[in-house]
Structure formats: structure tokens, C-alpha cells
Design a protein around this ligand. Structure first.
Ligand code: NOJ
Length: 458
């Protein structure tokens, strides 16, 4: 058996916009997702929008008991900025009451809340001004962060600023999956830079708040790049991919510096963003205490074919290729490669002074899971169990080699709403029947996870 360290965090992750629902209740204002769905519902799978999702706004108590049932000792979700500060300035007391009850119920049931501030859910009032395109967004976010720490700092000890910041940049400004669906590399870099500064200012507010035993981190998606060959061109493609997709946030967040190679690459391609003279010092002063790593899939890269200059997209820095030995999760189009989790563990140990970190997301989205229901009504998701086991094996190897990983969170606990994909792919330990009042039913993987937690290993 592979036993994990004492007090290891076992749990799951989700976010406010993907689970809460109550989109227009309790004084909440519209997020960009609420508004975009109103404007273009046909862009969303089966026109499933964000207004109800898994109805956690009304069912959080019931859900927390279900978490307890499978032995989870921690859960990450987020606060909806639009609920706490509907106009960006005025504190919504109803939101304070809701989140205080929600977090208290977790704590009373032995589930430690890890609370994130931004999970792709830009307020609509700020998006109308340009969202992360404008520097003003940094100050708004800092105020929101400060407010959250003041209101909930007595309950929540582990905080994170952003979830997967690269994703709202790439999906909103390089591809067509998040509003405002622009395609502009230079603007994408500016949006990324403002996001980084918003993170830095939030960390600064956190230090000022002086929450006893409080820790602050950031959650990044990591797809380590593996080059097609050892040729200098393919190795350079790997370096570029890692710099753009990983080190761009990980280096400033943990080491307090933006990597020179990234600055140089952007400079040569006329992509440098507008900055303030004092930013560099602020980045250096406001590093994190821990990191969350969302790992799903690796990135296979080779040298770019016919790169444009200056670059118009990441494909001018590196190209993807199909690794002949790959195994796939075809529902999501993602490669399954557990070995990368060991590499992530070693990266954290060796390049990032062995900072404490945890697997903040890992999991498997599968469509039409009802196909696997048995006679008693349980979904037999053995594929998910195999997936987790294989990943935990690699993680365990990394911990044995000295990496300071303190937990493992699955995406997710109950099936949730997934942006443009709506409820197509399911990820949860519990099935959510969206046709039947969001009824929850335990899947086989949930029962298996309970055993795993009881044994602190598998
Ligand atoms: C990453 C994101 O944090 C989450 O919002 C998304 O639904 C899952 N991974 C699954 O793709």
C-alpha cells in the first residue's frame, strides 16, 4: 500500500460560478458568464446556463454532510465577487451571511475550506470597462480581496487568489471559449500582466490583514511540455512553452521575478505590456506560501513550423504534435499521462525551493455517464478509479523523493457546470440529476475515495 503523509488533505475542488447557482438571488449582480448566456445562449451546450448549476446556494448543508460521508477533510471553492460586492464597492450583507454559514458548516463537519477569489468570473460591470485589459481592474480586485479577508479571515485559513489565470487569458484573448472572444496576442499579454498584478496586490492585502495562521497561494494549471526530440529546436520549443504557460505565473508567484527569457521573447516579438515602474518591487515582495497545481494532461511540443514574426499566437513559438504512444480520454480530448505528476513534484522541489504545494485538481470528465449505471442505480465509474490510482502512484513517488505535497483534490465532488460545455462531461464523486431537482447519487468512485481516505493511501 502507498501511504501518504500524516494530515494529508484529501478532498475535492469546485468553484462558485460552477456550483452555486442562485445567480440572481441574494443581491448578486451579473458575472460575465451570466450576461454572456443571456446574450448568446446557443453557444452553451444544450443551452445550459449558469443560473442554477448544481444549486449549492440552497443545498450547501446537505452537500457538506455528503462530503463528511465520504471522509473528505478539505474542500476548495471560490467566493463570487459579484455576490460579495455586487457593484464592486458596496458590501452585500446577504452574501456575508451566506458564506459565513457555508464555511462554518464545513468547519463544523471537519472539512477545511480552501477559498479562492477568482475563478474566471469577471463581474459584468467591470467587463464593460474592459475587464483585465485595464489597469483599473487591479485596484478593484485588491479591494475585493481585502474585503474577503476582513469578512472571512477568522474562518478561512488557506486562501488562493486565482484559479488557472492562464485560462481566462488564452480562452478570452487567443481562442474563442471565454468572453470577450478576442484574438490579439499583445492584448492577451497585457491581460496576463494585469492578472499577475491583481494577484500581487491581493497577496499584499493578505499580509496586511495579518490573519492568524493564514496562508496564501495561487492555483495554476500545469501541463509540462515534453519535446518531440532532443534537437535544439524542439528543446527550445519546450522551453518557450513552459515559459509562456507555466513559469509566467509560477516564477513571479514563488520566486518574485518574471523570467528573463520570457521578457526577452516578448520583447523581440513586440508583445511587452505596459507596466508601472514600481511593479517589479511589488512582485518581489509579495510571494506566496503555497501553490495549488491543477494537473490533467501533458503538452507534447515540437519546433514551430513557419513561425510568423512578430508572433501572433503561441503557435509561432511552438507547435503541438501527437505522441504515438499516447492514451486518451476521448470525451475531453485530453491525453492521460500520470507520469507528469511525478515530474511536477520534482519541479516544485528542485526549481521552486521545495515550496509546499498540493494537487488542487485532477480528474476525468466523461460524457453520458448514465451508460454505466447498474441495476441499483449507481454509476460504476471504474475508469475514474483507475485514473486516480495511477496518478496517486506517481504523486506518492514524488513525495517519497522529498517533494512537499500536502494534499490531493479531485475535480470534483458533485457533478458541476463546465462553462460552454454545460453539463456534458461529468467529473463528480456524486452524480447530479439536473432533470430531477439536482438529486445527488454516490458513484462507485466516491465509495472508493472514502476507503482511500480511511486508509490514507491505496
Ligand atoms: C479546470 C478549471 O479550474 C475548472 O473550472 C474546469 O471545469 C475543470 N478544470 C475541468 O475542465
Amino acid at each position: 500500500m502507498k501511504t501518504f503523509p500524516e494530515n494529508f488533505l484529501w478532498g475535492a475542488a469546485a468553484s462558485a460560478p460552477q456550483t452555486e447557482g442562485g445567480a440572481f438571488e441574494g443581491g448578486k449582480s451579473a458575472s460575465t458568464w451570466d450576461k454572456w448566456f443571456e446574450l448568446e445562449p446557443e453557444r452553451f451546450n444544450a443551452e445550459q446556463g449558469p443560473s442554477i448549476t448544481s444549486d449549492v446556494y440552497h443545498r450547501y448543508k446537505e452537500d457538506i454532510l455528503l462530503m463528511k460521508d465520504i471522509g473528505m477533510n478539505s474542500y476548495r471553492t471560490s467566493i463570487a465577487w459579484t455576490r460579495l460586492l455586487p457593484d464592486g464597492k458596496t458590501l452585500n450583507q446577504e452574501a456575508v451571511t451566506f458564506y459565513r454559514k457555508y464555511f462554518t458548516a464545513m468547519i463544523e463537519n471537519g472539512v477545511e475550506p480552501i477559498i479562492n477569489l477568482f475563478h474566471f468570473d469577471m463581474p459584468w460591470w467591470l467587463m464593460e470597462k474592459g475587464g483585465w485589459e485595464v489597469r483599473e481592474s487591479v485596484d478593484h480586485f485588491a479591494f475585493y480581496a481585502k474585503t474577503a479577508f476582513e469578512q472571512f479571515g477568522d474562518l478561512v485559513k488557506k486562501w488562493t487568489t486565482f484559479n488557472e489565470p492562464i485560462v481566462h487569458i488564452e480562452c478570452g484573448y487567443l481562442s474563442n471559449f471565454h468572453y470577450p472572444c478576442k484574438h490579439d496576442f499583445k492584448l492577451a499579454v497585457q491581460v496576463g500582466y494585469h492578472t499577475l498584478m491583481a494577484h500581487v496586490y491581493a497577496v499584499k492585502e493578505f499580509r496586511k490583514a495579518g490573519i492568524p495562521d493564514g496562508k496564501i497561494g495561487i492555483i495554476l494549471n500545469i501541463s509540462p511540455a515534453y519535446p518531440k526530440s532532443d534537437s535544439p529546436e524542439d528543446l527550445e520549443a519546450k522551453e518557450r512553452a513552459d515559459h509562456v504557460n507555466i513559469y509566467s505565473f509560477l516564477d513571479p508567484a514563488v520566486l518574485g521575478v518574471i523570467p528573463d527569457k520570457l521578457i526577452d521573447l516578448f520583447e523581440r516579438n513586440e508583445l511587452l505590456p505596459m507596466v508601472e515602474s514600481y511593479d517589479r518591487e511589488l512582485i518581489a515582495e509579495n510571494t506566496v506560501d503555497f501553490v495549488g497545481m491543477n494537473y490533467y494532461q501533458p503538452l507534447r511540443v515540437k519546433a514551430a513550423v513557419d513561425p510568423r514574426f512578430p508572433a501572433k499566437d503561441r503557435s509561432d513559438f511552438y507547435n503541438g504534435y501527437i505522441w504515438p504512444e499516447r492514451r486518451m480520454n476521448d470525451y475531453r480530448g485530453w491525453e492521460i499521462y500520470p507520469e507528469a505528476l511525478y515530474d511536477v513534484a520534482m519541479l516544485m522541489k528542485e526549481k521552486y525551493h521545495n515550496i509546499p504545494w498540493y494537487v488542487s485538481e485532477n480528474g476525468m470528465g466523461v460524457a453520458e455517464e448514465e451508460r454505466f449505471t447498474d441495476a441499483k442505480g449507481q454509476i460504476k465509474d471504474d475508469y475514474r478509479i483507475d485514473f486516480v490510482k495511477e496518478h496517486l502512484e506517481q504523486l506518492h513517488k514524488g513525495i517519497e523523493a522529498g517533494s512537499q505535497c500536502f494534499g490531493y483534490h479531485m475535480w470534483t465532488f458533485v457533478d458541476c457546470w463546465s462553462w460552454l460545455n454545460g453539463y456534458r462531461n461529468r467529473y463528480g464523486f456524486y452524480r447530479v440529476d439536473i432533470e430531477n431537482d439536482c438529486k445527488r447519487t454516490l458513484k462507485k468512485s466516491g465509495a472508493w475515495y472514502k476507503q482511500l481516505i480511511e486508509n490514507n493511501g491505496c
